[in-house]
Every structure is written in C-alpha cells, then in structure tokens.
Write a protein that binds this ligand. Structure first.
Ligand code: IMP
Length: 221
C-alpha cells in the first residue's frame, strides 16, 4: 500500500511537482492545506530552522497528528545576496512584500560596473531551498542552491518573487555553476528568471535540487 506524504504548501503546482518525483517511489503526495495565518514564520537564522518550525506547527493539522504513520513535507526558500551578508535570506517573503525588487536593486546601487562580468561578481547571490521531511519524529533535510547575480534592472515577464532581478550563472554539463564570464550548455544568455519560461527556469531550480537531494536519502515506501 502506498504511503501518504502530506505537503504543507498553498501551491498545487508544487504538489504536482513533488508527486511526479515521489509516486515512482511508492508515495502518495497530498496537499496539506491550513487556514491562512495558522502557520507563523519564525524569526530564526536558517532555512532549516524555518522548515523545522513549520513542521512542528503543521503536525497539529495532519490527520493522526504526531502518532501518524504518514510523512510530512515542508519546503522553504530564499534569496541570499553576498554583498548584503545574505540578506534577505530567511526574510525573503517579508522583504518582497515590503521593499520589493526595486528596494533590493536600490540597496545594490553602489555595486555597478560597465563590465558585465564584474557586475556578476559584485552582485553575486544565490537562491537557496531546503526540503524537510518528517516521519515518526525523525527529520531529513534536502538542500538546493542556484548561484547567480542580481541584475541592474528588473525585467517584466513571467515568474514570481525575485525572479525579475535574478540572473543565474551558466551551468556546465554536470549542472554545476560556472564562474561569471564563462559560457555553459545550460544558459539563460544573461536573462533573468523573470524573462524566461518556467520550463527553462526548472533547469536551474534550487527547489528541484532540494527535492532531489531529499529523494536520494528516502527509502522506498
Ligand atoms: P518560499 O519559501 O518558497 O515561499 O520562498 C520564500 C520567498 O523567497 C518568496 O516569497 C520569494 O520572495 C523568494 N523566492 C524563493 N524562491 C524563489 C524563486 O524561485 N524565484 C523568486 N523568488 C523566490
């Protein structure tokens, strides 16, 4: 019989994505929906701590609670800008809702150059994601990083959050990021995540990598 994985998210797209990966391992992924405002974003320093706090809060909403045989999945991500010592990091949602992309660009105003390679170094940043899985009191973490830089201007287009101002570094044939100025087979050709399709973005996805990292540690159901 399939094991159930409850996924705490408001986004059905993320559930479909997780199901795509977990169904072959014998897991049945279901969205755990909780009323708005039920889960509080904690003020902690790392994505792991955020995810752990969300797991603890969400367990009260899983059928069977802490006694359940089911699994609980939580995912958390953020944008970490090197020149700002990792800000907005765990406060990415808050920063997006307050200063937004324009505010972040303003914070980096002093880090500009005519030279694109130099810009990409001065304004380096990463999207980081953590996927946390709870089962019978045990927690497993998967990690994913997408390395890139903060563009000089925001792009209009698809995408959400900080997509309009984030340009990933090119990836080599092993999916590893290259240094700025080097061209790899996987590239947005200098475009931000906001200017490319979701399908293209998936190739760089920190979220996807975190889930994959978790999958490699998971036993078959
Ligand atoms: P969440 O944990 O996936 O909800 O991400 C928290 C916040 O990080 C979002 O509100 C965005 O501001 C930012 N963020 C995380 N991942 C991405 C991404 O792939 N593109 C753009 N912004 C992101």
């Amino acid at each position: 019989m399939n094991r159930t994985v409850w996924f705490l998210t408001g986004n059905p797209g993320k559930v479909r994505e997780a199901a795509h990966h977990l169904a072959p391992l014998g897991y049945d992924v279901k969205q755990l929906e909780v009323p708005n405002g039920t889960i509080v974003e904690p003020q902690v320093d790392t994505l792991e701590e955020v995810a752990q706090s969300k797991i603890e809060q969400a367990l009260a909403h899983v059928p069977g609670g802490t006694e359940t045989e089911d699994l609980l999945l939580v995912e958390d991500a953020g944008l970490f800008i090197d020149a700002l010592q990792g800000f907005p990091g765990v406060y990415s949602s808050y920063a997006l809702n307050t200063i937004g992309c324009t505010g972040v660009l303003r914070l980096l105003n002093h880090l500009e150059s005519e030279d694109t390679v130099q810009c990409a170094q001065l304004r380096s940043a990463q999207f980081q994601a953590v996927a946390a899985l709870w089962h019978k009191g045990e927690l497993m973490f998967g990690h994913g990083v997408c390395q890139g830089w903060i563009a000089l201007n925001a792009t209009e287009g698809e995408g959400f959050g900080f997509d309009p101002i984030f340009t990933p570094y090119d990836l080599d044939e092993f999916d590893e990021p290259l240094k700025p100025g080097n061209y790899g087979p996987i590239s947005t050709h200098g475009k931000t995540f906001g200017a490319i399709s979701l399908e293209e973005k998936q190739k760089f996805s920190h979220r996807q990598k975190a889930l994959n990292d978790l999958l490699h540690q998971m036993p078959s159901a």
